[in-house]
Design a protein around this ligand. Structure first.
Ligand code: URA
Length: 432
């Protein structure tokens, strides 16, 4: 078999078979296929697409290019994946809720990059919280309390890692078959029986329209089902940050607002919908009954108890969380509205970048985030504001970062004279 022929076949719009896809993934991972041939094939896929069968093969071979987690000693394992958002702390509500309902959450989570946050960074803002458990300790903790979340230690889907880096510099990120196979190869390698995907759309997501996000979600659900998993996906809005607290320790505090203090917010609504759909997908319970169970679990404080138990089990200080004694960066600034008007729309990616500028995120994988940096956004989409009203409270350890972050927020909040029409749907669609 020759890579040249595989590239030519896809360039002519023909379908690749499983052997050809396996040959490409194996050869590119072990270095026998050079970057220039791999990028030619990826570009041909961008132009001519791949059908479900080809994507299933690509996902399978990428998934098996490295370690896969064996969770077979646990029953009813569940996982949730977000395609990345701003102020998106839903995992902190969804996972302890499902554990409190008797399911097993054995989750490998990512770190933040660019304008989006990552669950591992948020958890590490809790004093003492350890996200690098050994595999044995990780599985034991799930057996004992139903939940453990760690950073990516295993070498999951190395073919995807190499291919993603190549796609990033050859303008080949933006193709639904490649994105779907990339995400699902890692999710499937992480081993859970049931998976709920939160596919974001809007100005803070990499899928800008809900239709494109739904197309991606549909394909990912099919890929998961073809691998024998219980699957569902919600397409949700990232036209505005989901939570009002943006930053690592700040997002833990937002989870406390919801779980301990019963705050009813967009973040609470989307979190409980994600938890309900995942519960339904994993157990076969109807969605109305699942919603009832999930909301009772959150409202009764059982999720909060499980949240604190989980924090304690991973070496974190539950009392510090309960007393809201998490690190916040020392320099604080109140940003006020320069004009009268309405919050008409937002560049949510810019609002995520503002948190990154304050030090909360990474622009490269090597950056070390300031876990106490970020900001509280005091205004919602559609809200009326007057000159001098508080828009945001910012926190940073480097006072020089304050002015650029304020400018980024002001440029990203579009304050209009006209009251905006219908606000975007928080949840567009459930796909299963
Ligand atoms: N995230 C991924 O993991 N892969 C993609 O291709 C795009 C986003």
């Amino acid at each position: 078999m020759r890579m040249y022929d595989i590239i030519a076949k896809k360039r002519h719009g023909c379908k690749l078979n499983d052997e050809e896809i396996a040959f490409f993934v194996r050869g590119y991972t072990d270095g026998s296929i050079p970057d220039y041939q791999a990028s030619a094939l990826l570009m041909a896929v961008c132009c001519n697409g791949m059908d479900e069968e080809e994507c299933t093969s690509l996902t399978y071979h990428m998934m098996h290019s490295g370690d896969t987690l064996d969770l077979s000693s646990l029953r009813n394992t569940v996982d949730k994946h977000s395609t990345g958002g701003v102020g998106d702390m839903t995992s902190l509500v969804v996972t302890p809720t499902l554990a409190a309902l008797g399911l097993n959450v054995a989750k490998m989570s990512g770190r933040g990059l660019g304008h989006t946050g990552g669950t591992v960074d948020k958890l590490e803002s809790i004093p003492g919280f350890n996200t690098s458990l050994s595999m044995e300790a990780f599985l034991d903790q799930v057996r004992e309390i139903g939940i453990a979340v760690i950073g990516q230690t295993a070498d999951l889907a190395p073919a995807d890692k190499k291919m993603y880096a190549l796609r990033d510099v050859t303008a080949t990120i933006d193709a639904v078959p490649l994105i779907a196979s990339s995400i699902m190869s890692k999710k499937l390698a992480a081993g859970a029986e049931s998976i709920l995907l939160d596919v974001k759309y809007g100005s803070g997501a990499f899928m800008k329209t809900k239709e494109n996000a739904a197309e991606l979600a549909e394909l990912m659900v099919k890929l998961g089902k073809n691998a024998g998993r219980n699957m569902g996906a919600l397409v949700t809005s990232m036209e505005y940050p989901l939570g009002r607290k943006i930053g690592n320790s700040l997002e833990i505090l937002e989870a406390v607002d919801i779980l301990r203090d019963g705050e009813r917010s967009d973040a609470r609504y989307v979190s409980s919908e994600l938890a309900s759909h995942l519960y339904s997908v994993a157990t076969g319970t109807g969605i109305d009954e699942s919603r009832k169970l999930v909301n009772e679990t959150i409202d009764s404080g059982r999720t909060y108890e499980k949240f604190l138990q989980w924090i304690g089990a991973q070496g974190g200080d539950p009392e510090a969380v309960d007393k809201r004694q998490l690190p916040l960066s020392p320099h604080r600034f109140e940003l006020r509205s320069p004009v009268d008007g309405y919050i008409g729309s937002a560049d949510t990616e810019g609002l995520g970048m503002a948190s990154c500028i304050l030090g909360a995120g990474r622009t490269t994988k090597e950056d070390v985030p300031d876990l106490g940096a970020g900001y509280i956004l005091h205004v919602s989409l559609g809200q009326r504001v007057s000159h001098g009203d508080l828009l945001a409270t910012l926190y940073t350890s480097d006072v020089m970062k304050m002015a650029p972050a304020c400018n980024e927020i002001l440029a990203s909040l579009h304050i209009t004279d006209e009251k905006p029409g219908k606000l975007p749907d928080l949840i567009y669609k459930f796909i299963h």
